[in-house]
Write a protein that binds this ligand. Sequence first.
Ligand SMILES: CCCCCCCC(=O)SCCNC(=O)CCNC(=O)[C@H](O)C(C)(C)COP(=O)(O)OP(=O)(O)OC[C@H]1O[C@@H](n2cnc3c(N)ncnc32)[C@H](O)[C@@H]1OP(=O)(O)O
Length: 207
Amino acid sequence: MDLSLPNPSWSKDMRLLFDQFMKKSEDGSWKHLPSYKNKFSRRIEDIKVFFPDAKLIKEKISQAQLFPRNFEEGLGFEYAMFHNHAEDRTVCIFQGGPYLQGAPGFLHGGAIATMIDSTLGMTALIAGGIVMTANLNINFKRPIPLCSVVVINSQVDKVEGRKLFLSCNIRSVDEQTLYSEATSKNLCLFWVWFSLSYISLGFVFGV
Ligand SMILES: CCCCCCCC(=O)SCCNC(=O)CCNC(=O)[C@H](O)C(C)(C)COP(=O)(O)OP(=O)(O)OC[C@H]1O[C@@H](n2cnc3c(N)ncnc32)[C@H](O)[C@@H]1OP(=O)(O)O
């Protein structure tokens, strides 16, 4: 089941943004990226293709689920991603639920980092194939109020061989407040230099 579609826990802002991006997707310039709880590869052999020396706990792999998709509706990470191929950028609309609290009334820094890593990771995945985050630097400029809606804008800035250099920022819906800025270096595990369809890649990583 695609968990990046509107559900009753979404606020008005979240639905408005989703509808705006779905409208933008009508001419094909943007593409909504579906998101599944466990569209992971559930077979050791598939994972071993990418991580041959990984010491995997065999019996646990079949239970694998995408971390941000593991919370009950509305309590954790509610988000949807859209990708603009021409501009090589991904936008994630994100509403962080009450179970993601850090300081009272605000999102935990680790929850913010999760959504930054997921959005940058997805951007890198589409641009360069099977990637891993090698380095992630985040500047937390303003605390993000719990249950508010924010927009994560991420892009590929530079590609050098297997290395992809990306950046993103997190802003309020009205774009007036800059909450966080981040840069990352992602490494391609395989020399795949054309953007594979994210659905086929989702088979391994999910979104
Ligand atoms: C929804 C979409 C997906 C959601 C998931 C998002 C992605 C993730 O969260 S991935 C999980 C977190 N990341 C990890 O666990 C990665 C763990 N690390 C690794 O697997 C490896 O270190 C890996 C793959 C990053 C690099 O290893 P390897 O392929 O052997 O490359 P390696 O030879 O060490 O380095 C290659 C180049 O990258 C550079 N590099 C490697 N690591 C880093 C780093 N941390 N910082 C900067 N540069 C680095 C090296 O300096 C080298 O550069 P050069 O070629 O100029 O000398």
